[in-house]
Design a protein around this ligand. Structure first.
Ligand code: MG
Length: 157
């Protein structure tokens, strides 16, 4: 078995769509980034790649490559799932935490879990998505951005 840990953070930017776990959430601003800046899926992909000892998302999906401009991070997650299958790994469990002051994402959590589980080809029960705030502290607390943490457990398929 292998464990993997992932972390990511993106700044808020006016006029961008807020996409988290593949769900577009009503918001005045979204996250800045080369792709759709889905910070939750980015942290999860880094955790999966970490467990596979297969580099990181910067290496697999460089933000200097125009092919990844505006791309859906769920599509990138499907690539990671394919790589897992090719290399003989299966996902046992994944848990994530989204760190963000607002908006509240609880109403969208089930859809995020379903999106992620679907792309990874696992039961939704294996995907955890939680959200927290930092009580006004740090950059996320000041509403400057959103961060995400992810841990995964893989086993040989
Ligand atoms: Mg990122």
């Amino acid at each position: 078995m292998r464990i993997g840990l992932g972390y990511d953070m993106h700044a808020f930017q006016q006029g961008r769509a807020l996409v988290l776990g593949g769900v577009t959430i009503p918001s005045e601003s979204g996250l800045a980034g080369h792709s759709d800046a889905d910070v939750l899926v980015h942290a999860l992909m880094d955790a999966l790649l970490g467990a596979m000892r297969s580099g990181d998302i910067g290496e697999h999906f460089p933000d200097t490559d125009p092919a990844f401009a505006g791309v859906s991070s769920l599509d990138l997650l499907a690539h990671v799932a394919e790589l897992m299958m090719r290399e003989g790994w299966k996902l046992i469990d994944a848990d994530t935490v989204l760190v963000m002051e607002s908006p509240k994402v609880a109403p969208f959590r089930a859809e995020m879990r379903a999106n992620i589980a679907c792309r990874l080809g696992v039961d939704v029960d294996r995907i955890g998505v939680k959200a927290t705030t930092t009580e006004g502290l740090d950059a996320t607390g000041r509403g400057e951005g959103a961060a995400a943490h992810a841990v995964v457990l893989l086993d040989r398929a």
